[in-house]
Design a protein. Sequence first.
Length: 308
Amino acid sequence: MSVERPNQVREDEPLSRYTTVGTGGPAGFFARCGSQGALQEALAWAAGEGIEVRVLGSGSNLLVADSGVDGLVVKLDRDLAKIEVDGLEMLCGGGARLPSVAAAAAKAGLSGLEFGVSIPGSVGGAVRMNANAYGGELARTLLWAEVVDRSGVNRRSPEEFDFTYRHSNLGPGEIVASARFRLEAADPEQVRLALADLRARRKEAQPWGVRTFGSTFKNPSDERAGGRSAGQLLDAAGCRDLRVGSAGFSEKHANFIVNHGDATTAEVVEVMAEGKRRVRAEFGVELEAEVQVFGPVEFPDDWKGEGP
């Protein structure tokens, strides 16, 4: 049964302003939800209208179709982006940014989430993708996460997410509203120094201060890769600074795509497809993209049906 549209739901919100690469069209409907009640209200309305729901985190690995996306796009803020320290544990809203969580943990003398300072994403997105970097992995510290969908709220343990490398079993329309982490006591100064080191390493190795999204392709497990990362394979295949229009692989790190001006999502996809093709031709390795897609983003026919 249809219900009245909540006040927080508005139409035709441009999404390019919410993604770090800065491409794509508007959302048919968009809602900022600052509480679990507001989130459930928006989801109930969407269910009554029979429209699809997507959640927008930090937009750091997101491609939005140039024509935009139908349905409801939800962004978590206020109470659903809070960070609270409780002894050796932290309770974080799904919309909290990982670098902020890592900094709060360091200030409290807690260790285990230092790697988050290098990931420009949200807690909810990190749970969905089992975020990891520099030897750290979210699944190791997660106690539970509360997941909201159209049927209500349920609390899940790490085992219930079936975590693997950069993957969980969270489905479309399932939104991580909050997560609780168990960390270890540590010297605040030592944790602070660890964060400073990770920030410096990221700034030295990855593009900084430009419009880009997190690493484009997953590091392959294929033996033909010879242990090389996706960025190393792309570099060896001559993709560093490969450009299509205003989109191109970064000169600093070949597994990051940069928007040099007014790039479109279609141009970003062309860059990705050419990089994937060159690595396949040079090494026989099929790179798998790890970007999330909103809307009808068209990928080449030779993408082998794997999706983005």
